[in-house]
Design a binder for this molecule. Structure first.
Ligand code: T4K
Length: 380
């Protein structure tokens, strides 16, 4: 059967997981009854407690989005000077450094995981360096052991941007317990979401009160404001969404696993196409976030470039994404930094031309994925 024709409706890389509306209405009634909409309300408290268990972390603070959470993470650890980070990420990662008056120092990435290359961090450290801000890109865990090793040797803090890594475990360890602080994003495009939202997780119980002050303008009580905080608070409606969706994610992950297996089966043996996360999908001791389905296209072997595939897919009503093109080091606000030179970032420059995020969410059928793969193979 020829399945190589356009989809009737646009197919995006993701669609938000939506709970039964009646369930939401029922839970919102509790919010209406309480007339408490934000500022550490009852739903917020319930959600914070539940999420701590789900993410298997000792401490957690909820936020109105991931970017503000990450800004507060840097503030709470009093980071300054230079922070070593990756150029292969969403703009939020280096931007939060700038919002803290910190200079991002871009370090090259690992050719397989596409995360910051722990072996190259040491050569980027100077007396100005105060921390490493690493990203578990697409939910693939960084080399957390090696990163901690370097950080300990040089007395640096470690912050993880775990925006894509909800529920990830590596070597049996919950990802949110690594480093000093981890940030999770609950944006609508994430496997688990609260429309907008995020959280910081950390081991040091002493950080909790500082982080919670920083996200509420530094207000200690009605008469004392003890630091220049910001508004990073999650509201009750977001918390309700989170509480309900926690019950849906295992089912969503099962569906995504099935779709991942279908992609792998359909694209097996296609020269020039590989799956970025292969080692992390089903391996023992690893729990995947099933956040994105990312392929790499080797132009020489596949015969067509990633950009060609991206454009051609549009003709079939399929909207893939070139995350994270361009590299952050190529943005006008960062390209003048010495660490942004392409000579410093050869792997990142290669990877960013090959990666493509393809449609991946529970609402897709196996038939849809088979059709997407047939279309992809027809481009050769
Ligand atoms: N660090 C990293 C590594 C991140 O990836 C992110 C965010 C952050 C930090 C910051 O966290 P937050 O402050 O956002 O919590 C999207 C998301 O907006 C962003 O949260 C996410 N990373 C990034 C990777 O993806 P865009 O600009 O690509 O989103 P957009 O609107 O193009 O959406 C992508 C597709 O999703 C659409 O083509 C269709 C679908 N979609 C989207 C929305 C918003 C829907 O079907 N429904 C929707 O409501 O950034």
């Amino acid at each position: 059967m020829n399945t190589s024709y356009p989809f009737e409706k646009p197919i995006y890389i993701t669609r938000p997981l939506l709970p039964d509306l009646n369930e939401v209405k029922k839970k919102l009634q509790e919010v209406w009854d309480s007339q408490w909409l934000t500022n550490n309300g009852p739903q917020h408290q319930l959600f914070e407690g539940k999420l701590k268990e789900v993410l298997k972390v000792p401490c957690l603070s909820l936020f109105n989005n991931g970017a503000i959470a990450l800004i507060v993470a840097c503030q709470s650890l009093r980071l300054s000077g230079d922070v070593i980070t990756t150029p292969f990420t969403f703009p939020a990662t280096p931007h939060v450094l700038m919002w803290n008056n910190i200079r991002p120092i871009f370090c090259d990435i690992d050719p397989v995981t596409m995360n910051i290359d722990a072996r190259k961090i040491e050569s980027m450290i100077t007396p100005q360096t105060t921390a490493i801000l690493a990203v578990h890109v697409f939910g693939t865990p960084c080399d957390v052991v090696a990163i901690q090793h370097v950080a300990d040797r040089y007395g640096l803090k470690v912050v993880y941007d775990a925006a894509h890594a909800f529920g990830v475990e590596t070597g049996g360890v919950a990802i949110g317990t690594c480093g000093d602080i981890s940030m999770f994003s609950f944006h609508a495009t994430k496997l688990f979401h609260t429309a907008e939202g995020g959280a910081l997780t950390f081991k040091d119980k002493n950080l909790k009160s500082r982080i919670d002050l920083l996200k509420n303008f530094g207000i200690k009580n009605e008469e004392e404001v003890v630091m220049p905080g910001i508004n990073g608070k999650m509201n009750e409606i977001q918390a309700v969404m989170g509480l309900i969706l926690l019950e849906y994610i295992e089912e969503e992950k099962k569906k995504r696993k099935n779709l991942l297996d279908t992609y792998k089966k359909c694209l097996k043996g296609v020269e020039g196409i590989c799956f970025c996360s292969s080692a992390y999908d089903n391996a023992p001791g690893i729990k995947s976030s099933y956040q994105y389905l990312v392929i790499r296209i080797d132009e020489k072997l596949f015969g067509k470039s990633r950009d060609y595939v991206y454009e051609e897919f549009k003709k079939y009503n399929i909207f893939t994404r070139k995350y994270f093109y361009p590299l952050c080091s190529d943005y006008t606000c960062y390209r003048q930094l010495p660490s942004s030179s392409s000579a410093n970032l050869p792997i990142a420059h290669k990877v960013v031309k090959e990666v493509l995020c393809v449609p991946f969410y529970g609402g897709l059928s196996v038939g849809d994925v088979e059709r997407i793969c047939t279309i992809l193979k027809s481009f050769r």
